[in-house]
Design a protein around this ligand. Structure first.
Ligand code: ATP
Ligand code: MG
Length: 423
C-alpha cells in the first residue's frame, strides 16, 4: 500500500508555491513600511508555554494540541499559534529593554492543531501574524488593524468585513463577568458541558461557543459595552476615531470575543463577505493582550497583534476570482543546433545566470521546433539561436518573442544584449 499524506495537511505544489511566495513577500514588504521586523521562533516549544500563554481551558490547548515527549522526557508541543512563542522570545531576549519601543514583530510559518479537517481548516496551516509589544496607545491598535486590511487590500481582496469590539480593561471585564455569571447561571444546565465549565472560569467564552450559539440567552446576554469604565470607553472611542481617519470601515459587534484568555481592550476579526466563500468566513483574528507578557514571566508589558492563515486568504482570493500576478517570464531560452553549439550553450547559460538573468535550454535532445515550443511555454522574452555557422563566426541570433524581430549579435556582447530586454 502506498503511503498517503497525513489527514488535514496538504502539499503546496510548484504551480501554487509562486502564489505563496507572492503573498508572503507582499505581507513582509508591507510590514517593513510600518517598521515591523521578522522574528523566527522554533516550531516546537515546551508544552507549558501554551498552557500558560494560550490558556489551559481553551479548545486549542485541551483538544487541538500536538503534544509529545522527546527522548529526554520533556513535554513539547508543536506550536498551535504564534503569539506565545513571540512573547516567550521577547521575554527571554529581554526585548523589553531594546532601544526601539514598541517592539514591532512579524512572523510567518506553519501552525499545528488537531482539528476536524474541512475547507479552510487544516491540521497544519501557515499563519502570518504581527505583534506590537510595549505600547498602550490606541493608535497602535488602529495601526495593527490597518496592516491586516492593507495586506488584504494590496493583494486585491475587496469583499471584506471588519468587526471590532472591546473587552475593556480589568475593572470593566470584572463587572461584565459578574453580570454574565448572573445571566447564565440559572439556566446553565441547558448549555453544553464546555459552557458549564466556562461559567466560573471564563464566562466570556460562553459567548464564543459554537454549539450553543442559538440559545436565547445568548441574544440577551449583557453587553460589555454597558460595563466599560470611562478609561476603557475612551480607549475604544479613540481606536474607532483613528480607523475612521484612515477611512477603514468597520462594524462594532459586542458579542465578538476572542477564544484566548489573555485578551483585553480591542478585539477584531476580518471576514470575507464574498459569495460562495463557505461556512468559515473569518480570515483574520486579533486583539490586545496586556496581561500576557507578565504571564510568561516578563515585566508587565502591553501587547497587540493579529494572525491570519494563508490558506483562508487564498480561499478568499479564489472566491473573489482575484488572479495574483505570478506569471513568470524567462529572460532567454537558448535553442541549439548541433553538438558543438549544444556544448557551447553550457557556458552561455552560466554567464546569463551569473548576470542575474533567467535562462534555460533543452536537455532532452529535442528538435528545434520543439525547443521553440518549450521556450513559448516558459514565456521566454528572447530566444537565442546558436548553430554551427554562427558559432564559427562567434555570433548568435536573437529573436524578440514579443515583436518577432531578429538580430545577430556578437557572442562577446550576448549577455549585455539580453540584459537590454530586462526592463
Ligand atoms: P476558528 O474560529 O475558525 O477556529 P480560531 O479562533 O481558532 O478560528 P485563531 O486562533 O484566532 O483562530 O487564528 C487566527 C486565524 O488563523 C484564523 O482567523 C484563521 O485565518 C486561521 N486558522 C485558525 N485555525 C486554522 C486552521 N485549522 N486551518 C486554517 N487556518 C486556520
Ligand atoms: Mg479554532
Amino acid at each position: 500500500m502506498s503511503i498517503k499524506i497525513p489527514r488535514g495537511t496538504k502539499d503546496i505544489l510548484p504551480e501554487d508555491s509562486a502564489k505563496w511566495q507572492y503573498i508572503e513577500k507582499t505581507a513582509a514588504d508591507i510590514c517593513r513600511n510600518y517598521q515591523y521586523e521578522e522574528i523566527r521562533t522554533p516550531i516546537f516549544e515546551s508544552s507549558e508555554l501554551f498552557l500558560r500563554g494560550v490558556g489551559d481551558t481553551t479548545d486549542i490547548v485541551q483538544k487541538e494540541m500536538y503534544v509529545f515527549e522527546d527522548q529526554g522526557g520533556r513535554s513539547l508541543a508543536l506550536r498551535p499559534e504564534g503569539t506565545a512563542s513571540v512573547v516567550r522570545s521577547f521575554v527571554e531576549n529581554k526585548m523589553f529593554g531594546a532601544a526601539n519601543q514598541p517592539v514591532k514583530l512579524y512572523y510567518t510559518g506553519p501552525m499545528f492543531r488537531y482539528e476536524r479537517p474541512q475547507a479552510g481548516r487544516y491540521r497544519q496551516f501557515v499563519q502570518f501574524g504581527i505583534e506590537a509589544l510595549g505600547s498602550e496607545d490606541p493608535a497602535i491598535d488602529a495601526e495593527v488593524i490597518s496592516i491586516a486590511m492593507e495586506i488584504y487590500r494590496q493583494l486585491g481582496l475587496k469583499e471584506l468585513k471588519l468587526v471590532i469590539n472591546t473587552l475593556g480593561d480589568n475593572e470593566s471585564r470584572k463587572a461584565h463577568r459578574e453580570a454574565l455569571i448572573a445571566h447564565f447561571e440559572p439556566r446553565i444546565g441547558e448549555f453544553c458541558s464546555d459552557c458549564q465549565n466556562r461559567l466560573e472560569k471564563n464566562p466570556l467564552r460562553i459567548l464564543d461557543c459554537k454549539k450553543d450559539r442559538d440559545h436565547e440567552l445568548m441574544k440577551t446576554a449583557p453587553s460589555i459595552l454597558d460595563f466599560l469604565n470611562e478609561e476603557s470607553k475612551n480607549y475604544f472611542d479613540k481606536v474607532q476615531k483613528y480607523l475612521g481617519e484612515m477611512e477603514i470601515s468597520f462594524e462594532v459587534d459586542p458579542t465578538l470575543v476572542r477564544g484566548l484568555d489573555y485578551y483585553n481592550h480591542t478585539a477584531f476579526e476580518i471576514m470575507s463577505s464574498a459569495e460562495g466563500f463557505g461556512a468559515i468566513t473569518t480570515l483574520c483574528g486579533g486583539g490586545r493582550y496586556n496581561g500576557l507578557v507578565e504571564m510568561i514571566g516578563g515585566p508587565a508589558t502591553p501587547g497587540i497583534g493579529f494572525a491570519f492563515s494563508i490558506e483562508r486568504l487564498l480561499a478568499a482570493l479564489e472566491a473573489e476570482a482575484v488572479e495574483l500576478p505570478v506569471q513568470t517570464e524567462l529572460d532567454c531560452y537558448i535553442v541549439t543546433m548541433g553538438e558543438e553549439a549544444k556544448d557551447h550553450s553550457v557556458k552561455l547559460l552560466h554567464k546569463l545566470r551569473q548576470a542575474g538573468l533567467s535562462a534555460e535550454r533543452d536537455y532532452l535532445d529535442r528538435k528545434i521546433k520543439t525547443q521553440f515550443k518549450s521556450a513559448d511555454r516558459m514565456n521566454a522574452k528572447l530566444v537565442a539561436v546558436l548553430g554551427e555557422d554562427e558559432l564559427k563566426e562567434n555570433k548568435i541570433n536573437l529573436k524578440d518573442m514579443s515583436t518577432g524581430e531578429q538580430q545577430q549579435v556578437d557572442l562577446d556582447v550576448f549577455v549585455e544584449e539580453v540584459k537590454k530586454y530586462r526592463a
